[in-house]
Design a protein around this ligand. Sequence first.
Ligand SMILES: Nc1ncnc2c1ncn2[C@@H]1O[C@H](COP(=O)(O)OP(=O)(O)O)[C@@H](O)[C@H]1O
Ligand SMILES: [Mg+2]
Length: 290
Amino acid sequence: MAENSRMPVSLNVGVGEPSVPSEVTLEARNICHYFLPVKARRALLVIDGVSLTIARGTFTAIVGASGCGKSTLLRIFAGLVSPSKGEVLLDGEVTRGPDPRKGMVFQEDSVFPWLTVQKNVEYGLRARGRKGDVVRAEATRWIQAVGLEGFGEAYPRELSGGMRKRADLARVYATNPEVLLMDEPFGALDALTREALQADLLNLWQELRKTVVFVTHDLDEAAYLADVVVFMSPRPGRVTAILPVPLGRPRSPRIRTSPEFFALTRRFREQFGYAELGGSRALAGEAGTP
Ligand SMILES: Nc1ncnc2c1ncn2[C@@H]1O[C@H](COP(=O)(O)OP(=O)(O)O)[C@@H](O)[C@H]1O
Ligand SMILES: [Mg+2]
């Protein structure tokens, strides 16, 4: 049993960045979640006692095998799923339900196909009560910031997958959330497009210093982007390890071919492998005992 995963774990984030303010932004306290699948007689335990503390302005990646509950955990953070047990705190206060301080990016594009890029980005701003000329100017600014300058009048169907994802990011950035929750946002893109979007995401993060929680099953992506990587066990999802990323900032894409990067991702692969082989029991050297 993953005893240590039930204890609140503090993320000592901001590795190599002493200037990062360290107050808490987002906190999960002893989250447990069950689903009752259709036609099933018993409830399915998906998340089992996850506690995490994520400091303001840091980039946290959550990795785990498919089906371990990553998306469910992120939706709980977003307030889209209400946990069976436990609570989510934002800036020290319990939050239930969606909150304008939290923005979510999914793997699937969330842009409206019937609106142009410009109108999609403006839609989010208007939904937050912004009015007048400022809406148009703000939307244009974010469309430029994500590298879509000149495509404001295009419809999503006229864009490549990577460009649609950029439009999706502009939509979320424009609403200026404190916390960005990203669920495998680049998972559907080809490898080169993915690397380009990862590099651009890092550049923008370096400027804006939003708190980011980024779910992925790609260990290289986690190492390249994050300050800290949280490893989850196979279902039911528990935290098996929290490892820092000791790579400096700002990070250039070149770092991905450095010996430090290879050593780090190798360490992550070992960690991930153990988790898949049986979570903390294998880590504790007890693999094979019933
Ligand atoms: N709405 C739902 N109803 C029933 N079971 C669900 C629902 N959503 C997810 N699950 C189950 O919960 C588990 C975790 O799912 P998910 O959080 O999507 O995992 P991950 O994102 O790590 O792949 C899976 O076994 C999945 O089948
Ligand atoms: Mg998922």
